[in-house]
Write a protein that binds this ligand. Structure first.
Ligand code: BUP
Length: 461
């Protein structure tokens, strides 16, 4: 027969944690000969998003690009957040009507076989896709565990006592109870923009053809089985794990830290980063620097002092951590500011441990290499992700450290945990096993590879 590979439109929302997995999916689809249209919203929140979109498009000139201007955020109620990423989720959702003409069969050739849209914009794109007669999938950029909480959130907010101060845990059918302390704090306020965004989009999930996730069967086996057996909510479409997604090819990184890594012994360096959206307090930065020094380990530390990278130019590294720290640790570590190639760093043989906030992309990158982590959730979905990390044996999570901004963790404790992750052979072996399972999942006949093939076969034209 005369089948054509599908033409798929990818529609990420704001932030590198969302854009990155979408570009990875784009690159997988291109390698399977699909036609890809990338939908992006202007203005972009961070400089990193702008530069990654441009370089991806220039490296993959066959990708069609639909760039649309969003209507600026306007809320009639007093704003419940000033987080620019949450505000942008909302602006994008409110502007999706502008996409209708751009996605119709008369504008895109060949016509679209499917739209893969971010969970944060699912409810707004669903009616557009339905009207145009295009199958609609959601890509969830977090863990399956968090997806389940998000899907069930409409039920929880309808009964405020369940997330109230008297509850100790939250019961979601089919899942092990979630401690109330792990629930993203905004979820306790139904009016918070993050909560209302998730609730609105969760309600649209029953209308989509499937929910694609950057996870793999082995990593979240019980959760995946529960959700796909209809135990969480029987209205949910299939959850389709195709991860851990491989990085896409980028320009060669020329960061000096890579040549420094080249000269370090195998598995001797702890890599420290808290993702693209966490601004750590100066006090916590000071304790972290003590911890690194006390651990006695070599380190590569990516420092961030503002939520959006555009605001992050003011202080130099030495102004933040102090000249004397740099001097004392001259032979032990490197502190950098600005964007690094995290995937490349995590794949480097010199890296032996990872102190991280458990943004889901970071977790999947650590899983691919089997690098043991110190999980230190900062906000949002990260405690649920940390639970996955702990359960899989990919690392340790000190629950008493709480949410990043709420507890000041001492240098001594940090040092102790880093030492453990770098020296505990049992942890290393368990993390390595995660790496093996990750490679199996995406290899020939692997669970994720099979799911991907099934999706593509369904969408062939
Ligand atoms: Br910062 C930084 N280099 O310097 P997460 C991040 N990354 O490659 P987040 C770099 O961005 P959300 C840097 O490898 C990962 O793929 C990193 O996503 C990459 O966390 C991505 O780990 C960051 O999910 O996003 O940024 O907090 O809050 O949406 O989870």
């Amino acid at each position: 027969s005369n089948v054509l590979p599908p033409h798929i439109a990818l529609f990420p929302s704001a932030g590198m944690g969302h854009l990155t997995p979408f570009l990875r999916v784009a690159s997988v689809l291109l390698s399977r000969h699909c036609t890809v249209t990338l939908i992006t919203a202007k203005p972009r929140v961070s400089a990193a998003e702008s530069s990654h979109i441009s370089s991806f498009l220039s490296q993959n000139p066959q990708v069609k690009h639909v760039d649309f201007q969003t209507i600026p955020f306007h809320h009639s109620n007093p704003a419940t957040t000033d987080d620019p990423f949450f505000l942008q989720f909302d602006s994008i959702s409110r502007s999706v009507d502008l996409l209708r003409p751009l996605l119709s069969a008369s504008s895109l050739s060949p016509p679209l076989s499917a739209i893969f849209a971010d969970l944060a914009v699912a409810s707004s794109i669903a009616p557009v896709a339905a009207e145009l007669g295009i199958p609609n999938y959601v890509i969830c950029t977090s863990s399956i565990k968090f997806l389940c909480l998000a899907a069930y959130l409409p039920v929880l907010v309808a009964d405020p006592a369940r997330l109230g101060s008297n509850s100790t845990e939250v019961n979601i059918p089919g899942l092990t109870p979630v401690p109330i302390s792990s629930i993203p704090p905004p979820f306790k306020d139904p009016d918070h923009l993050f909560t209302s965004t998730i609730v609105r989009n969760a309600k649209a999930l029953s209308k989509v053809s499937g929910i694609i996730v950057n996870s793999f069967d082995w990593l979240e086996q019980e959760t995946l089985a529960a959700v796909n057996n209809g135990r969480v909510l029987n209205s949910l479409p299939p959850v389709l794990p195709i991860g851990p997604l491989r990085p896409y090819k980028t320009k060669n990184d020329t960061g000096k830290y890579l040549s420094w890594l080249d000269s370090q012994p195998e598995e001797s360096v702890v890599y420290v980063s808290f993702g693209s959206r966490t601004a750590m307090s100066r006090d916590q930065i000071r304790e972290l620097s003590k911890g690194l020094e006390e651990s006695g380990s070599r380190f590569l530390w990516v420092l961030k002092t503002s939520k959006v990278d555009k605001d992050d130019h003011k202080d130099e590294v030495k102004d933040i951590v102090g000249d004397s720290f740099i001097e004392r640790t001259r032979n032990m570590g490197v502190v950098v500011k600005g964007w690094v190639s995290q995937e490349e760093i995590l794949q480097h043989p010199a890296i032996g441990g990872f102190v991280n906030h458990c943004g889901w992309n970071s977790v999947t990158e650590a899983a691919r290499r089997g690098v043991p982590m110190v999980a230190w959730p900062q906000h949002g979905d990260q405690m649920l992700n940390a639970e996955v990390v702990e359960k899989a044996g990919l690392g340790i999570w000190v629950k008493e450290w709480g949410w990043g901004a709420e507890v000041l963790v001492s240098g001594e404790e940090i040092g102790e945990k880093i030492k453990r992750v770098m020296e505990d052979e049992k942890l290393r072996v368990m993390a390595r096993k995660v790496g093996e399972e990750a490679r199996k999942a995406t290899g020939l006949d692997g669970s994720s590879e099979k799911v991907l093939m099934e999706i593509l076969e369904l969408l062939e034209q």
